[in-house]
Design a protein around this ligand. Sequence first.
Ligand code: PLP
Ligand code: COI
Length: 343
Amino acid sequence: MERANLNWKELSFGYMKTDCHLEYYFRNGKWEEGKVVKDDTINLSIAASCLHYGQECFEGIKVFENKNGKATIFRVEENAKRMIRSAEKLLMEPIPEDVFIDSIFKLVKLNKRFIPPYGSGASLYIRPLLIGISALVGVNPASDYLYVLFCTPVGPYFKGGLKPIKLYVEESMDRAAPDGVGDVKVGGNYAASLRVSAKVRKLGYREVLYLDAKQKKYIDESGPANFFGISKDNKYITPDSESILPSITNKSLMTLAKDELGLTVEKRPVHVEEIFDFKEAGCCGTAAVITPVKSITYRDKTVTYCEGDEPGPISQKLYNKLTGIQLGEEEDKYGWNREIPLE
Ligand code: PLP
Ligand code: COI
């Protein structure tokens, strides 16, 4: 395979045009055949409902070249199901699971020269999105939808990969409301988070650690990732909350923590004061993988988990297991990977 001429090891988590994207229209009550589009723009009515009222949801999934030179995708069925839940919550037409998976396989095959080589630390990031395109000015769900998917080669989301980051508990602003849409992957949640991240970055922290919006007592999640702590008695503890995105990475780490590392796993409301009892903490997600937390600042106190840039031993082991499975270095005994045929 002739690969694109890129500096794979230096890739950041950014956008780069590839050879094509795919577009699927839902019009007149049915999904039409997908179209391959070379240009990386879309044509929309100025009154499209996604632009005014935010009828939009998306996903993020990584494709890897594994140790044996095969292209594999991680737990894609879970993303398909989550995209359906996101669409339904915004009263959008969901993409059937088989169309979602087929579309990704097709996109990857057409852009195979952008799959980063094994060992580069990079991956091909797939971004499927669904938008309401009916021309509306009244606040109503659209009747027509566009499902677009594109891919782009990416490096680590947080610069430095496994380099620990500093979090700040910001209590004066929220990302998601109780009983709102924080548990689905819709653009509005990210728009709401921008001012919060901007504030904590100005203070010298890399990301926000959100508390539940109702009581401001329990940990929700961290920017674009779920949160976990490792207690001194070796429990993997992660928040249960109705306003956080159910992370597929976190779900996988809970399995690995329990079955591979023999830790007790607790998914439950986590009081913010518990941060002072953890010996390690981490952020986890498709883009973030595991990003160790160096310190958390809450009011006038800071707890530090990593001296220097060394991740804690449990975070490191979980990272090695997860990425080992994704890269075909470890046995995929849970059947999480699917091979994407490229010919
Ligand atoms: N939480 C938020 C808000 C996210 O955007 C993401 C990224 O998808 C995650 C958590 C992690 O989810 P996953 O592991 O499924 O990528
Ligand atoms: C992902 O982890 O895939 C995400 O979608 C998070 C994103 C905000 C970068």
